[in-house]
Write a protein that binds this ligand. Sequence first.
Ligand code: AMP
Length: 206
Amino acid sequence: MTTSIVLFGPPGAGKGTQASKISEMTGKPQISTGDMLRIAVSEASDLGAKAQSYMESGILVPDELIIELISNRLKQEDAINGVLFDGFPRTLNQAIALSSIVDISSVISIEVPDEEIIKRIVGRRMDPITKEIYHISFKPAPDEIQGRLIQRKDDNVETVMNRLKTYHQQTSPLSSWYDDQNLLIPIDGNKSIEEVATDISKFLSN
Ligand code: AMP
């Protein structure tokens, strides 16, 4: 049976970083609703215009837009053998909609305390060419690319606080919903990128 994996956790837990590693290991394409929405905003599409103000305030984009985005993405050929969801689902409605369209084999939950998240997100930078994520103190970029690094518009202290509040109110209750279905795999995300990747790969190879 074809199954998909959900990568779950607060903003800044390292989901994007770990997702590319898991994608390589499993061959399942990474589907990040955050990345898809940022592309929609940069292309000034209808969806982008609708999503932008929510994203900039650190609150969730309405479920119906997200569910439509995901349903369309899952129709693409590369999704046929299951996918890796990154940053989706984020509400119970999204999770219920998802469970009616795909089979989930596991929900990898990367757990990181709030104080650590704020430090991580505010120092986060991205290379727009390679899409590699760096951090001003924890993972500095090479000198030659420093000048082209960008910071996400929603990676400032005020928006991060809203994103965390949104996460605790609307998203984190999903962990017990998935745990009740015996799908939740808690992973301590308060470790180095390599250690977290090792813990996830131990679980995936079992
Ligand atoms: P992310 O890159 O996953 O942190 O997402 C950035 C922003 O995009 C979030 O703060 C939300 O405004 C929006 N977003 C991403 N994924 C979802 C989702 N599954 N449901 C609702 N809003 C989302």
